[in-house]
Design a protein around this ligand. Sequence first.
Ligand SMILES: [Zn+2]
Length: 490
Amino acid sequence: MKKRVSLVLCMIIVFTQIFASSVYAEESKEALILEEQPSISAESQPSIVITPNSEKAYIDGVETTLTKPLVVMGKTYVDLYSIAPLLGASLSWVEENGNFKAEYNGKSLEFSLIHKWDEINNASKYFVKDGFVYVSLRELCDFTENKINFDNWVISISKTGEKGAHQIGWINSSKSDEYIYQTYAYAPEHVVYPYQAYSHEFVVNDATRLSKMYPDLIKIGSIGKSVEDRDLVLIEFGKGDKKIFICGAHHAREYISSTYLMYAIDQYAYAYKTTGYWGEYNVRDILDKVTFCIVPMVNPDGVNLVQNGIYATKNPEYVASMSINEATKHGYRSWKANINGVDVNWNYDKDWVKSRKGKPRGSIGFDGDAPNTEPETQAVSAYVDSFPFEAFISYHTQGQLLYWAEDKNNPTYIGELVKKDTKFSITYEKDYGVGGSFFDYVYRKYKKPTLTVELCKYVGNYPYPDTDFDKVWAPAKNIMLIAANAIIYR
Ligand SMILES: [Zn+2]
């Protein structure tokens, strides 16, 4: 099974020198098949077991050798030549530009050998080391429509995502995690890049990718559609019976709360599958007992307006007809409302207040003509009404504050625990309930622990700088886990 690309390259050179160019030209449009590859259908995909610290492997019980996988910057890379055929792909050499090409079900994927070992970066999908072509296992599995399932260092690869159906495993027989980190594959990798204007498209793409990477831990869906028909993405994160509802970006310009939630999912899932711990928190225990039901971006149309401007909206004339009620120098970057000019967070059907601030339909301060008029409000209300949630957390971004409500006789006292960890100041519900807010809706209706988090230092009436994400994350990185621990061990 073991093939070195240097040998292959030599063969190519010899081949091209021996044969006349006219003969060669006839074949030059076609990929040159290096060697017969076994054609393996999904049904006949063999089971593969690779033992640690050895290149010996067993394919359907027959001993063979495979090149050991490498873990670089959190990604697992496998020897393309060994693994691709086992996943049902055939390999060829693309003569005109000197690349490998994998073919599967009529599709093709080219591997440009642009990265050498010392040039690898986070974006590298393949590289050459010691004469082997390494490819990201994730990339190869996506291409061959295989799903990866991993649990306790055993990696199973199959069409269905079922554990152990057809197994490629780097099986841990050692007790030392450190040893495995250095030597053996672990399939989890980081997905969310937070230092950018995090869009609805990123939410959809990253959520999809995370759900494929952690099929036992992350399931995605939609609780409804926005005014402009964007999915209000739902991420069910965890395996537990106790459900905690979490949401971000009710307010358009506060979209970094969506970045925060996506980043948190990525980090905690990774911790679950690797060490099991996030700092002092036993994230494996928490996510086995709790499911976070997360709507990371409640107001995607407003976020789109803030990030991409009025001409990116479906009806620019309609948006232009509404008022920008504050901070006009920041233009549409100061928008808080949804694309109908309604503050989604003031539109809930609980103690709703008509014209609280007397503002017209526009960027900020309009409650709607009536409660629950907006599709975003309707979707969130219907969803939180559909399960008995144990707690609610809503993320905003202006001021490093906590608003909370909970039975003060309850020893878990989530608000106090979060205050202690974040050092944010805290306001009790009796001082807060403004009427018509998400907070009012869930707390006054269900009397369950409810927390609103204002994540960032106030910088102005526009988005917090994306490049300063680390400052957002650092104080707030434990909040969901603190809340979950309190719910589990109350
Ligand atoms: Zn807000």
